[in-house]
Design a protein around this ligand. Structure first.
Ligand SMILES: *Cc1c(COP(=O)(O)O)cnc(C)c1O
Length: 470
């Protein structure tokens, strides 16, 4: 093999720049990126030839140079965060962005965000307004609280609450409620960052009323309950409910705080799920401050929502820390539009994707699964496409033991391995993230909205995904 001849076959930069395809790329993406990409492509091509021992492979690489450059330039210019199709059946999948927002709600948010808005402008009075005002009344109406606000996420809400009510003081919390929320974040550590010191009472499995009372001293700033979102302590257990804790707080003039984690606003037991204490329950039982996530069971944007007694919320709004934790206009607009859906429970269930997925009947999921199966079979794939019962999970650290009966489209490829298929699905333009079980691809249809069915079929077809060589 004459390597010198191969090197001479590599086009020079000047020649490449005259290529019509390359000129189009420059037109669209700018000269700088294209020239840089050309230089890198040439360098890697030379390195390849140096190592290469089959001439036809080297020639193939030289021939595909322009299209390789094109692919690279397009890839550099494509934003990295993109849509994926969630076939895992985990509804609030934290790695996949938790609660999806409906296109209709997002269209509203897009209108707000693409122009100016009254985010902090009071249109009645023609002067400065408050960014929480837009949904504060609504949150109060829905939850029964006196006042409300929102910050960046629930971890921030916990930190702000404790910093405002417990800085330099002691906060009493049960040992059974010291939660790690994923990504190695521990609620107790977040709490320590607030400047409050935690006083842990009880044991992992049992905490009694007297444990709280005995721990109260001059230094106590508040009593705290944390929802054990992502785990359950079962067996020989005891805990003090919010109803029991509230009178204790009153007796010693201490605020009672509840971190509900998921913060569901609808009693999901009506839809066959395990009863989860709602935010309304907590307020009704007299909690002074309740906080919860905006993108867990609420089904909205990432946020930490704080509701409760006005005197405490006012203090938090004035805390300097609030400025560092504040929500932006995207979040404010998203919360505003989503919370409006909660004015009617039926509307919320219908229009908020996460709630719709959680409550969709097995019958309806099965109907949709059949339709996806039919569409997939029509493309005559080299694979077996079979319906199979499966179980969805809520995810996001909510209702950890809950399993919802669901229907999956399973795929068993004939010419490639299941692992290969899974990898290929992950590399599609709109990646499909399935589960694999018993050497089959499982697509739980509960978390796949109808509008993605066509995309799935088209992608699988165009990528020749079931062929030995894709
Ligand atoms: C999820 C969770 C948090 C953190 O909420 P983010 O919105 O993810 O910051 C805090 N406390 C509890 C109990 C939780 O379940």
């Amino acid at each position: 093999m004459n390597k010198n001849l191969l090197y001479r076959n590599i086009p020079k930069v000047d020649i490449l720049l005259e290529n019509i395809k390359i000129q189009e790329l420059i037109e669209t993406y700018g000269r700088e990126t294209v020239v840089e990409t050309i230089r890198e492509a040439l360098e890697s091509l030379r390195a390849y030839i140096k190592e290469c021992d089959a001439e036809e492979n080297a020639l193939e690489r030289i021939n595909s140079l322009v299209s390789d450059i094109e692919k690279k330039v397009i890839s550099i210019n494509t934003p990295d965060i993109r849509s994926v199709i969630n076939g895992t059946g985990t509804i609030l999948h934290t790695n996949l962005g938790r609660a999806p927002i409906s296109p209709k709600h997002m269209q509203y948010v897009a209108e707000i965000a693409t122009g100016y808005s009254n985010l902090e402008y009071n249109l009645e009075e023609g002067k400065r307004g408050e960014r929480y005002s837009h949904f504060e009344k609504l949150l109060c109406k829905i939850t029964g609280a006196e006042a409300a606000m929102a910050v960046n996420n629930n971890a921030a809400a916990v930190m702000l609450i404790l910093n405002t009510l417990g800085k330099g003081k002691e906060i009493i919390v049960s040992r059974g409620e010291l939660v790690e929320i994923g990504g190695k974040f521990r609620v107790p550590d977040v709490m320590e960052q607030s400047g409050a010191s935690l006083v842990e009472v009880g044991t992992t499995n049992k905490t009694h009323f007297a444990d709280y009372e005995q721990a109260i001293t001059e230094e106590t700033g508040a009593l705290l309950k944390v929802h054990t979102s992502n785990y359950r302590i079962v067996g020989f257990t005891d805990k003090v409910s919010i109803e029991e804790l509230v009178p204790l707080g009153e007796k010693y003039h201490l605020p009672v705080i509840e971190d509900l984690g998921s913060g569901v606003l609808i009693d999901l037991s009506k839809y066959g799920l395990t009863y989860e204490p709602t935010v309304q329950d907590s307020i009704r039982h007299g909690a002074d401050i309740v906080c919860f996530s905006g993108d867990k069971l609420l089904g909205g944007a990432q946020a930490g929502i704080i509701v409760g007694k006005k005197a405490y919320i006012d203090k938090m709004k004035k805390n300097q820390m609030t400025r560092a934790l504040r929500i932006d206009k995207f979040t404010a607009a998203t919360l505003d539009v989503i919370l409006h859906e909660y004015l009617s429970e039926e509307r919320a269930i219908q229009n908020i994707p996460a709630l719709h997925m959680i409550t969709e009947s097995l019958e309806d999921v099965t109907k949709r699964a059949k339709s996806l199966q039919r569409m997939l079979r029509q493309m005559k794939p080299k694979a077996e496409i079979v319906l199979e019962k499966c179980e969805s999970q809520i995810g996001g650290g909510s209702l950890p033991l809950e399993r919802i009966e669901s229907m999956a489209v399973t795929i068993k490829p004939n010419c490639i391995t299941t692992a290969e298929l899974e990898e290929r699905m992950r590399h599609l333009p709109i990646p499909i993230i399935p589960r694999t079980m018993n050497d089959k691809i499982i697509l739980d249809v509960r978390t796949i909205e109808q509008r993605f069915f066509k995309t799935i079929v088209q992608e699988l077809k165009e990528s020749h995904i079931f062929e030995e060589k894709a």
